[in-house]
Design a protein around this ligand. Structure first.
Ligand SMILES: Nc1nc2c(ncn2[C@@H]2O[C@H](COP(=O)(O)OP(=O)(O)OP(=O)(O)O)[C@@H](O)[C@H]2O)c(=O)[nH]1
Ligand SMILES: [Mg+2]
Length: 636
């Protein structure tokens, strides 16, 4: 026998004896409103609880049968584990019998008991006829095969059998997720003197304890739990599947309403655009046209919205299709939730929708990739579903907490699935990207480097900062840095001259004319001892056609020349000689004066001053008064 909490929910046409039966079973009158008592009908949800013969305690939600209150019925029905379908034996199957059954069917509530009430009012023949009709009715629903139990709330006949049948159905109810984040659709709000605001509902996910910090959605208001009650008793813990009353601190009664949600902070998000698989019920009277305006029910919330069909312009009764729901106000779904759709006017239950992506982007059509993605979200393993999300923003990937919110699972489950999935890669900053996106990111970096090197053959590769900004539309900073590090580590790129990147086999190439020009420049620079002509004069001697603006830059970057000022440039060999002479002097003397230097190189002040200042700047020498001493960069 299971010990997990079970909710039994009534269903059935008006006046068929739902409330009378609950009272007979529990002693509790669920019609608590004055208007309900006066009119003798149920208007809103009523709540009771019961200990079954096996000892299992169940919560009971009693719903109204009147066609005008189907939305109240829906607010109760979405949390139900076991349906108690009530059909009066004298009247038999009526319109809301069918509509409520369709709702149970669309919610895929598969466990139930059918009570044939008012058995005291009918003959055995009539009872047999009703049995046959009901058997046929439920045969094509999720309740097929459920036991039919004749009862009378007046005489008590059949009540013991009904309790046995409920016990069996309740013991088969599957477990809910109690370990994760809490989500409670609020179906009632009231305030109690001295306690404050109280909200009630069937806890769908997780657990709630006194002291918990929670969030009301969609408003986002933060609240703290003062007290938790289950079956009218204060408890330390309410578990998923229990009817729960929560006294909360931090909001006024007016700020909360039926249809809002009490949730663990940061773990659920309100949404207005959902991708779903919509199923039009076989009992629907007409096809569902794309963009039809419908009433959308989830939990205790009702909102208006449109169904945009992704596959065709309309959907036939009994068929299903991928679609998008666009809502006029937000709801708080997770994948796997079942939403009920009712036609706008007349308000009739027509369809259900299984949530696939609760936070979809607006679109009217699906391409093949998007279709495959939805199918993966519908029926894939957790890692396939994470992959589908990560593929949405391929180069930015997805974080564990975001994936958890989007998929309605725990962040730890996401982390475990990623660790085992060969198709996913975790970046150093924690994000998860698909292997294929990662491969594409590497290719993008390589392609951009190759393009740059081809476009600028005289430059020694592309500076890292420039490459990053060239790619910033595709790859954000973290992905770029990590991709680059991987390419350098794998030797698919090399870095030269500090941060310039290029393919390992690339070398800047000079055309024959350019090479000739370069030789002429070098020859002119080295032809006058250590007193070369001004750079602009040297360049002026070369025909413009053979003097690309990048030639000097190339000579500098390839370290064939060293720049002292914009006009004073030495060849590499000359400069090495300058440095060597200074080093030798300073190894033999404590200091180097301006006069020493002019003698060392046989140069005038025009050269000695800028050269020594350049040596100071680059750390080869250091100025002390009027003389120089060895700098940190001078090796002697
Ligand atoms: N004779 C007889 N009358 C019953 C029985 N069950 C209910 N009734 C009567 O049928 C009427 C309607 O019963 P309710 O329990 O209010 O019906 P309901 O299904 O809750 O109605 P709504 O909540 O308005 O949909 C009441 O007058 C009850 O006394 C029964 O087993 N035998
Ligand atoms: Mg009632």
């Amino acid at each position: 026998m299971t010990t997990r909490p079970v909710i039994v929910g009534t269903a059935g046409h008006i006046d068929h004896g739902k409330t009378a039966l609950v009272r007979r079973l529990t002693g509790i009158d669920t019609d608590r409103l004055k208007e309900e008592k006066e009119r003798g009908i149920s208007i809103d949800l009523g709540f009771a609880h019961l200990t079954l013969p096996s000892g299992l305690r169940v919560g009971i939600v009693d719903v109204p049968g009147h066609e005008r209150f189907v939305k109240n019925m829906l607010a109760g029905a979405t949390g139900v584990d076991v349906a108690l379908l009530v059909i009066a034996a004298d009247e038999g199957v009526k319109p809301q019998t069918r509509e409520h059954l369709a709702i149970l069917d669309l919610l895929r509530i598969g466990r139930g008991v059918v009570a044939l009430t008012k058995a005291d009012l009918v003959s055995p023949e009539r009872l047999r006829a009703v049995r046959a009709a009901v058997d046929e009715l439920i045969a094509s629903s999720s309740l097929r095969g459920s036991p039919l139990v004749p009862v009378s709330s007046v005489t008590g006949e059949g009540v013991a059998d009904l309790l046995q049948a409920l016990d069996r159905a309740a013991s088969e109810a599957g477990a809910r997720d109690e370990a994760g984040a809490a989500r409670l659709p609020i179906d009632r709000v009231f305030s109690i003197e001295g306690i404050g605001t109280v909200v009630t509902g069937t806890l769908w996910n997780g657990a709630i304890r006194p002291g918990d910090a929670l969030t009301i959605l969609p408003s986002g208001r933060a609240v703290r739990v003062r007290q938790v009650e289950v079956h009218d008793q204060a408890v330390d813990l309410a578990r998923a599947g229990q009817r729960t009353a929560v006294a909360i601190h931090g909001v006024d009664r007016e700020d909360v309403a039926r249809g809002h949600w009490l949730t663990t902070p940061e773990r659920f998000r309100a949404t207005e655009i959902l991708d779903v698989r919509v199923s039009l019920h076989p009992s629907a009277e007409r096809p569902l046209a794309t963009r039809a305006r419908v009433r959308v029910h989830l939990g205790a919330s009702e909102t208006m919205g449109r169904v945009v069909l992704f596959e065709g312009e309309s959907l036939e009764p009994g068929r299903d299709a991928l679609a998008q729901l666009r809502l006029e106000s937000p709801i708080v779904p997770i994948p796997g939730d079942r939403v009920i759709l009712r036609s706008y006017s007349p308000a009739l239950t027509i369809a259900g929708a299984l949530v696939l992506d609760a936070h979809a982007s607006r679109r009217a059509r699906l391409d093949e990739g998007e279709r495959a993605r939805l199918v993966a979200l519908e029926s894939g393993s957790l890692s396939q579903r994470i992959e589908a999300l990560a593929a949405d923003t391929p180069f930015a990937g997805v974080r564990d907490d975001e994936a958890a919110v989007r998929l309605g699972v725990e962040p730890a489950q996401v982390a475990a699935a990623v660790a085992e999935a060969p198709s996913l890669r975790r970046l150093k900053d924690g994000r998860v990207v698909t292997r294929s996106a990662w491969g594409l990111a590497l290719e993008r970096v390589l392609a951009e480097v190759a393009r740059y090197v081809a476009a600028h053959p005289l430059r020694d590769g592309v500076p890292k900062g420039e490459l990053k900004s060239l790619l910033k539309r595709d790859l954000d900073s973290g992905v770029f840095d990590e991709a680059l590090a991987a390419l350098l580590e794998g030797k698919r790129l090399v870095s030269r001259a500090g941060d310039r990147l290029l393919p390992p086999d690339a070398a800047p190439a000079l055309s024959p004319d350019q090479a000739k020009s370069a030789d002429r420049i070098l020859a002119r620079l080295s032809g006058s001892g250590f007193q070369p002509p001004d750079l602009s004069e040297v360049l002026g001697e070369i025909p413009a056609a053979h003097r690309p603006p990048e030639l000097v830059r190339y000579l500098l970057e390839s370290e064939r020349v060293v720049k002292v000022t914009s006009e004073l440039v030495y060849t590499r060999e000359q400069w090495q000689e300058v440095v060597a002479r200074v080093a030798r002097h300073l190894s033999e003397h404590p200091t180097l004066t301006m006069g020493d230097f002019k003698n060392l190189l046989q140069v005038s002040r025009k050269y000695s001053i800028p050269v020594l200042e350049h040596m100071d700047r680059t750390g080869l020498t250091r100025r002390e008064g009027d003389a120089r001493i060895s700098g940190p960069k001078l090796k002697n």
